[in-house]
Design a protein around this ligand. Structure first.
Ligand SMILES: Cc1cc2nc3c(=O)[nH]c(=O)nc-3n(C[C@H](O)[C@H](O)[C@H](O)COP(=O)(O)OP(=O)(O)OC[C@H]3O[C@@H](n4cnc5c(N)ncnc54)[C@H](O)[C@@H]3O)c2cc1C
Length: 399
């Protein structure tokens, strides 16, 4: 059963996100978009957000992830809050400080010592910090098994050589969870995850890529050139990888984060829908003849229907995650569906608003550019559809 109850704690968190979104995320997202640059890491907003505890891990954080008693609700909270954050501005939301996509592999694969060491900076209230997750390479995106970044053991360290691309928040990150292979011919069995800390010699050529939307956070590419990483930064330690656990760790991370990314697409769709609905109310309801109004109403109804359906898929995938039950098919269904309907909603909003919809002083023009990447991040819609189909036909998810 999925519970649709919003408890008091979640209601308060939602209210805080709404205030933060209205006052900061949307204006900062628009400003970054106009300037064509990510919100700088030293922006005073991040200091304030960090002081308020946004992105910062509290002492009870692990307790919330894995409560000693009662129901686990972290994934469902994640999709509800993720939708709301992205409603105000998905780019600015991803720019918020915190361990980001680096957190799930550390939580799932890290030893207690590693979890303590790598999460410690995220409990320190003195200044905001970011984490990052680096899987994608210039020649390996959807086919994650094809990564070529090489990891070689040398004494008490691992030496990494390779390149990563389009890594969110990597330039400002305290550490990056970098996926590499000890043997490219071994496919997934060769994968290892390393925590590469800021300033490690050999972590080079950091550069921000320019993208069509979601400008408020940086997408960075970098090189690993004889980058020596201490042996104790291999996530989980060597024994963890004696089975196929390494690759499984990566895939489990995605199953944890995909419902949240899908929910963020729902947030973008809702923002497009609200803008179109407000515009229609103001411009059509009283002044235009009914036939035209009816078509507009149909478009709005289509958006509302699909937003609701996409949200339910996200909630279903998240509630399975909270129940610690397999959710790969449901997470992929949500990730395949939500960004597609968000693209449709952004397109319909532009259609309803016509010339106003393409004008840069209306938010939907930005949403139209922001939304496309949602189908690409965390595995493309096409790949999710393949994963679902393989599972429905009884094949393993990949291979
Ligand atoms: C804004 C943004 C942020 C990102 N952040 C991160 C990050 O923080 N960390 C990270 O590691 N990566 C990140 N990425 C990278 C992202 O995960 C990849 O872009 C994505 O996995 C797709 O890989 P690719 O771009 O190499 O496309 P490709 O894999 O080359 O795919 C190209 C096209 O071919 C299709 N295709 C590929 N294989 C198949 C197949 N077998 N059958 C049918 N069709 C197929 C794809 O669906 C796609 O349409 C980010 C990307 C974006 C756009």
């Amino acid at each position: 059963m999925i519970s649709f109850d919003v408890d008091e704690k979640l209601a308060q968190q939602l209210e805080r996100v709404r205030t933060l979104g209205r006052e900061f995320l949307r204006p900062l997202g628009i400003e970054a978009d106009r300037k064509g640059e990510a919100i700088p890491a030293d922006h005073p907003f991040f200091e304030t957000a960090w002081r308020l505890g946004i992105g910062r891990l509290g002492p009870e954080e692990d307790e919330e992830e894995r409560p000693r008693s009662g129901e686990r609700t972290a994934a469902r909270r994640g999709v509800v809050l993720g939708e709301e954050l992205a409603y105000w501005d998905r780019g600015a939301a991803v720019a918020l400080p915190g361990p980001g996509l680096g957190a799930p592999p550390i939580r799932r694969m890290g030893t207690p010592e590693q979890r303590e060491r790598f999460f410690a900076p995220f409990r320190d209230p003195s200044r905001p910090r970011w984490g990052a997750f680096a899987m994608t390479e210039p020649g390996a995106g959807s086919d994650v098994a094809a990564i070529r970044t090489l990891a070689r053991k040398e004494g008490d360290a691992w030496v990494l050589d390779g390149a990563k691309t389009f890594i969110s928040n990597a330039i400002r990150a305290e550490w990056i969870v970098v996926w590499a292979t000890v043997d490219p011919s071994a496919g997934r069995a060769g994968h290892r995850a390393f925590v590469v800390e800021k300033g490690t010699p050999g972590l080079e050529d950091m550069r921000a890529e320019h993208k069509m939307g979601l400008v408020a956070y940086e997408s960075a590419s970098f090189t690993l050139r004889h980058c020596r990483v201490p042996a104790e930064n291999l996530l989980g330690g060597e024994r963890y990888y004696e089975s196929r656990a390494g690759f499984k760790g990566a895939m489990e991370s995605f199953n944890a984060t995909r419902p949240m990314v899908a929910a963020m697409a729902v947030g973008i769709a809702r923002a497009a829908y609200d803008a179109a609905r407000e515009f229609a109310r103001e411009h059509f309801l009283l002044s235009r003849p009914l036939p035209r109004h009816r078509r507009v109403a149909e478009k709005l109804a289509r958006m509302a229907r699909k937003i609701e359906a996409a949200r339910l898929l996200c909630w279903r995938a998240a509630s399975l995650a909270d129940a610690e039950r397999p959710n790969q098919v449901e997470a992929s269904m949500a990730k395949a569906f939500a960004p597609a309907i968000a693209q449709e909603a952004a397109g319909l909003a532009v259609e309803v608003m016509a010339e106003a919809g393409v004008r840069q002083d209306h938010y939907v023009e930005k949403l139209y550019r922001d939304v496309k990447a949602m189908d690409i991040v965390e595995g493309t819609g096409q790949i999710q559809r393949i994963v679902v189909a393989r599972r429905l036909l009884g094949y393993p998810a990949s291979g």
